[in-house]
Design a protein around this ligand. Structure first.
Ligand code: FAD
Length: 285
């Protein structure tokens, strides 16, 4: 099923997982998927590493597992910066033949070890190109605190509108820790004429190393309330886990009571995290 259909009837609940690199991590994936599928999510998205067809294979294998073993609709992430038209054609062929209907179209990030190819400069190029040859439902990424390469929110918004005009039917957001930032971003999307569902991405923070990584990768700002929690509990693993879970749950509940169109949860393939969050929201979503 195309995930854009969900929003005609209800708001969505979805999760993001990544393909494990090592075989022994596969057990974790099954444990996580067991927990996640019990909540009947509308879709589970699977991330995509940059460069090389083995990345694509791992993503597609996991997407097939989600679809055929767990009966949940998968969304396959696909980046384009390191691929040419022929490679994207081949991905398209494989995705179609495996019955995949939903693609999160991404540019990806430059990688010094992998040369960029010049066929696709932006996610909107990928969507326009693939749309001519397929009828996938395309999703796109969006950034409540603007994309780090954008000089200002206005130019970022114009580019986001291009992505939607190219055919992105749903936008999934970068994680954020301050819901007010998302609400302001959402209003700007509507003012810019972006009228597709804009789904907030939420990540439970459970350890200090992960927080540092988030700051450097996602440029997410940390509200004072959250900073206080981190500095109070950063040396106590169990306490930080509990506090991070509670913070994430309070974010989700606030978003749901503000009538947003769905929740996309970054699970980090952690069945404990998934289980705790699912338990916390099972009567709410
Ligand atoms: P684009 O939409 O191309 O935007 C990148 C920059 O170019 C922005 O500054 C934008 O304003 C500008 N821009 C966009 N369109 C145009 C245009 N037509 N003309 C001029 N400028 C333009 N990365 C992975 O490698 N694998 C993943 O699985 C993955 N999953 C993700 C999931 C989500 C929900 C999110 C939010 C991000 C994900 N990323 C993933 C990270 C993503 O690849 C990076 O953030 C990347 O830097 C930008 O990708 P994009 O698709 O948003 O790029």
């Amino acid at each position: 099923m195309k995930v854009s259909q969900v929003y005609k009837k209800k708001r969505s609940l979805s999760f993001e997982i990544f393909p494990p690199k090592k075989d022994d991590e596969l057990k974790n994936i099954d444990a996580t998927l067991e927990v996640l599928s019990e909540l009947n999510p509308d879709f589970i998205s699977v991330t995509f590493g940059a460069g090389g067809s083995s990345n694509c294979n791992r993503t597609i294998e996991l997407a097939k597992k989600i679809k055929y073993d767990y009966g949940v609709e998968p969304v396959v992430h696909l980046t384009c910066l390191h691929y040419d038209r022929n490679e994207i054609d081949e991905f398209t062929r494989v995705l179609k033949s495996e019955g995949i209907e939903n693609v999160l179209a991404l540019r990806g990030d430059a990688n010094p070890n992998i040369p960029d190819k010049n066929d696709f400069r932006h996610s909107s190029d990928l969507i326009s190109y693939m749309k001519r040859k397929s009828d996938f439902c395309f999703l796109g990424a969006c950034y409540p605190e603007r994309h780090p390469e954008s000089s200002d929110i206005v130019s970022d918004m114009k580019c986001l509108k291009k992505k939607v005009d190219a055919g992105a039917e749903v936008l999934l957001s970068q994680l954020f820790f301050d819901n007010n930032i998302f609400y302001r971003f959402y209003d700007k999307c509507r003012i810019a004429g972006i009228d597709v569902p804009v789904i907030p991405g939420v990540m439970p923070v459970i350890n200090a190393a992960q927080i540092k990584r988030m700051v450097s990768i996602c440029h997410a700002s940390f509200p004072e309330r959250f900073q206080r929690i981190i500095s109070r509990y950063e040396d106590n693993r169990e306490a930080l886990f509990d506090a991070g879970m509670s913070y994430c749950l309070s974010q989700i509940i606030d978003l749901l009571t503000n009538d947003i169109s769905g929740i996309h949860l970054y699970t980090m393939n952690n069945p404990l995290v998934a289980g705790r969050i699912c338990e916390g929201i099972k009567n709410i979503v």
